[in-house]
Design a protein around this ligand. Structure first.
Ligand SMILES: NC(=O)c1ccc[n+]([C@@H]2O[C@H](COP(=O)([O-])OP(=O)(O)OC[C@H]3O[C@@H](n4cnc5c(N)ncnc54)[C@H](OP(=O)(O)O)[C@@H]3O)[C@@H](O)[C@H]2O)c1
Length: 324
């Protein structure tokens, strides 16, 4: 079957590999679309220790073609979306049954676009920062996969004011569609919000921005950390300052959650999927790439040249259907 590998020279290449068969507790999915996400940038940059060549692709949508021992055969033929630890940039991917979700009623391109971003955004708003009615929320990387969904989940949770921070004015204009009350460029963020305080701040950025975020928290505010886009270097947060203002610093690690508490992650993914199926939340898939173009797609994401979510169309048609 066709797949795309990340090679030893950091390039993504189309190759052929054997079709995998599901082991106990696993499901094999004939992939129609796979979501492209920041994890591809990180894995290309060597931030995840994987042996090369490696088949990336961490989120897939397609149909179930085989189930392993212990998995309900009712899943066969179902349209699903799945979270994986890799392998989705291929005609067939294996996923743990616990992280495979019925996507009936959601088109496969949109279903692939939900990926890890949807449960991450849902959890950041609802189970980590616990946005309440009337809260004000600040969202960095506001036009990206997680940010664009987080704004919509925040509104559904009753947030009164939602401010987004993006790379430039063009991206600010694009992101208005997600319901932000105000959008700021990174350049303007420091000055424009100098007097404003937020009940909740979502921070995938790190570095000096993280220190500014702490200063922007309202009394009892919650700062949710979930990435280090700007720099992997730690910053020192003053615990006594936090205590004085009743503020909390929280973190979210979906990858770890998938291994320690997969059912919690699954609950959030299903809740997000329901809100998309009912039209309350709308992922914005702005680009569909072919398998040969993955290198360009990841390059554009890394350079800030994408909006919303990009997906990869999986073609080939050589996958075999197993029965039972
Ligand atoms: N902890 C978890 O479980 C978890 C799960 C999923 C994702 N994540 C993290 O969430 C972040 C977003 O992931 P994603 O897949 O949704 O990617 P994405 O948001 O679609 O793309 C990355 C975003 O980062 C912004 N950006 C780029 N360089 C930046 C910088 N120096 N400072 C601030 N923002 C910058 C870009 O937009 P602008 O140029 O408009 O700002 C872009 O929107 C990543 O850090 C990813 O690792 C964490």
């Amino acid at each position: 079957m066709k797949d795309v590998v990340l090679d030893t020279d950091d390039r993504f290449r189309l190759t052929d590999i054997d079709q995998p068969a599901p082991g106990p507790g696993e499901v094999a999915i004939a992939v129609q679309y796979a979501g492209i996400q920041w994890g591809d940038v990180l894995v290309r940059g060597g931030h995840f220790p994987v042996p090369r060549p490696f088949v990336p692709g961490f989120e897939a949508a397609g149909r179930v073609i085989a189930v392993g021992e212990g998995v309900d055969v009712e899943l066969l033929d179902r349209p699903v979306t799945a979270l994986t630890g890799g392998g989705a940039y291929a005609e067939v991917v294996l996923a743990p049954a616990a992280l495979v979700f019925d996507a009936t009623g959601v088109d496969p391109r949109t279903a692939a676009g939900l990926g890890w971003a949807a449960p991450t955004a849902y959890d950041l708003i609802n189970t980590v920062a616990r946005v309440r009615a009337g809260d004000s929320v600040l969202i960095h990387a506001a036009a990206g996969g997680v940010g664009s969904l987080a704004a919509q989940f925040a509104r559904q949770a009753g947030a009164e004011r939602i401010v987004g921070v993006v790379g430039n004015a063009d991206r600010a204009a694009y992101a208005t569609r997600f319901g932000y009350d105000l959008l700021l460029s990174r350049e303007d963020f420091r000055d424009a919000t100098a007097d404003e305080r937020f009940d909740v701040i979502l921070d995938p950025v790190g570095g000096p921005t993280r220190l500014t975020n702490v200063q922007r928290l309202a009394p009892h505010g919650r700062l949710a950390l979930y990435g280090n886009i700007a720099t992997p270097d730690s910053v020192a947060l003053d615990d006594n300052d936090l205590l004085v203002s009743g503020a909390s610093v929280l973190t979210y690690n979906g990858n770890l959650l998938s291994r320690t508490h997969p059912h919690r992650l699954a609950d959030s993914a299903r809740a997000a999927l329901r809100m998309v199926a009912s039209g309350q939340v709308r992922p914005d898939i702005t680009a569909t790439y072919e398998m040969v173009d993955l290198d360009e797609a990841v390059h554009r994401l890394a350079e800030g040249g994408t909006r919303g979510k990009s997906v990869l169309r999986i073609t080939g048609g050589s996958s075999r259907t197993f029965r039972g």
